[in-house]
Ligand binder design. Structure first.
Ligand code: GAR
Length: 185
């Protein structure tokens, strides 16, 4: 199979990145990770790029992030961008350039709980169920067409950390499933 060239954008611990890297080792997985871009120098996820010998770039300049990211993505002929814990909002201009080619994972059942501080808000709202959503990125925050949602029950005694851990286990399955599902992105 001809794998599509993918770039993963991260800002933090990169556990979703790690999970996609593992899936991508499979001959039948439709993407190959050609590049990891972090907007944070301290992002732990960079270590996964190093460990698995994936080229990576750290672009910390807020104003020029998209300019530099675009240049390298263009140069490497990247076809798909996966946002995996990438906490910077991309401009409409950038999103338009890659229309239908950027996907994101969000730790809630969208359209519920868009934005930040998701786990805390889910607990405060006493939701019975929560989960994660993989979706295409459009010009509005956490809004594009949904590819996959996965759901879990919120246990009554869950604290924020326990909820986060449970949702993230779900995320690892959801992201790879979403990528497989959208083989012809
Ligand atoms: C994930 O839970 C992801 O859903 C969330 O950040 C975490 C990153 O973890 N993303 C967002 O909240 C985006 N709005 P990771 O760096 O270990 O993959």
């Amino acid at each position: 199979m001809v794998k599509k060239k993918a770039c993963i954008f991260i800002s933090g611990s990169g556990t979703n990145l790690k999970s996609i890297i593992k899936s991508a080792r499979d001959y039948n997985f439709p993407i190959n990770i050609e590049l990891v871009i972090s907007n944070k120098k301290t992002a732990k996820g960079i270590n996964y790029a190093k460990k698995y010998s994936i080229p990576y770039q750290t672009i910390t300049n807020k104003k020029k992030f998209e300019h530099f990211a675009y240049r390298i993505i263009h140069f490497k002929k990247i076809e798909i961008i996966c946002l995996a814990g990438f906490m910077k909002v991309l401009s409409k201009d950038f999103i338009r350039k890659f229309k239908g080619k950027i996907i994101n994972i969000h730790p809630s059942l969208l359209p519920k709980f868009k934005g930040l501080d998701t786990f805390n808000r889910v607990l405060r709202a006493k939701e019975k169920f929560t989960g994660c959503t993989v979706h295409f990125v459009d010009e509005k925050l956490d809004n594009g067409k949904i590819i996959i949602k996965k759901r879990i029950a919120v246990k009554k005694d869950f604290d924020e950390k326990e909820l986060k851990n449970s949702v993230q286990v779900l995320e690892y399955k959801a992201y790879s499933e979403a990528i497989r599902k959208n083989i012809y992105l």
